[in-house]
Design a protein around this ligand. Structure first.
Ligand code: PEP
Ligand code: MN
Length: 268
């Protein structure tokens, strides 16, 4: 069994509240779609040693006409699947009401790229998570600078919760004009963030390129550059996924990344 567990010490916070053999993996589908879907994925990735189950329930879609996620029901399904397979949950909230209502179902609160600059939301998340210092995974806005990302994290930390994980997920630049990349992988920023802050740096190889064919190599690069963890969209049937199927890998493909991390750790 691979040892890159990320233990959140709910009642007994030490340091960042996160103790992990690194890098650790957060995996699961872009969106929770049904009980069957999330159960099957949770079961197969938990067997790989993955302890953090992601799954979007409140989806920040560009168009209001696209699938918006299962909402509260999605969070409940994610929580039940995680519990069944001994995992922790990671999911995005879009507003303070969702945070209040589903707070106890979420172990790591995700703030998405599109909300990185919502300072009002960040302050509320900081206040709410401060008492138990519940970890917050803050994703870089896709047109935001690293300084802006660090300032956004400060909005949360200044309210009394130091447990912010910074997540790089690709940026918008010229690359997309004549390539098939969805975003430009901001890999070198891992090094700079590690130099500039004491916060854990997570890399998202799924959104950063937008193509499952690149996930393996980008994951390896992120690890080599010092990422503390990876956030990887994983689906049992990517071709049928309701969101982000093109960039989702299968549990079988994820197992190769897990094996790579194991090998990498053994030679460090
Ligand atoms: C996600 O993690 O599914 C997501 C919506 O990511 P981002 O906010 O980086 O676009
Ligand atoms: Mn996604």
């Amino acid at each position: 069994m691979i040892k890159f567990d990320l233990n959140i010490k709910d009642e007994n916070i030490i340091g960042h509240g996160i103790e992990a053999a690194k890098p650790f993996i957060i995996a699961g589908p872009c969106s929770v779609e049904s009980k069957e879907q999330i159960d099957v994925i949770a079961e197969s990735i938990s067997k790989l040693g993955v302890r953090y189950l992601r799954g979007g329930a409140f989806k920040p879609r560009t168009s209001p006409n696209d699938f918006q996620g299962l909402g509260g029901n999605g969070v409940e399904l994610l929580h039940a699947a995680a519990k069944k397979f001994g995992m922790k949950t990671v999911t995005e909230i879009l507003d303070p009401m969702q945070l209040d209502q589903y707070y106890d179902y979420i172990d790591v609160i995700q703030i998405g790229s599109r909300n990185m600059t919502s300072s009002g939301l960040l302050k509320i998340v900081g206040q709410k998570t401060a008492p138990l210092q519940k970890p917050v995974l803050l994703k870089r806005g896709f047109s935001s600078t690293l300084s802006e990302l660090i300032h956004a994290a400060d909005y949360i930390r200044n309210e009394g919760n130091p447990n912010v994980l910074l997540c790089l997920r690709g940026i918008r630049t010229f690359e997309q004009i004549d390539s098939e990349l969805r975003f430009t992988p901001d890999l070198a920023s891992i090094i700079e963030l590690k130099n500039r802050t004491d916060m854990p740096v997570i890399y998202d190889p799924s959104h950063s390129a937008g193509d499952s064919r690149f996930v393996n190599e980008i994951s390896k690069a992120a690890i080599a550059l010092g990422a503390d963890g990876l956030l990887i969209e994983t689906h049992n049937r990517p071709e049928c996924a309701l969101t982000d199927g093109k960039q989702s890998i299968t549990p079988e493909q994820l197992s190769r990344i897990c094996k790579y991390i194991e090998k990498y750790n053994s030679i460090q």
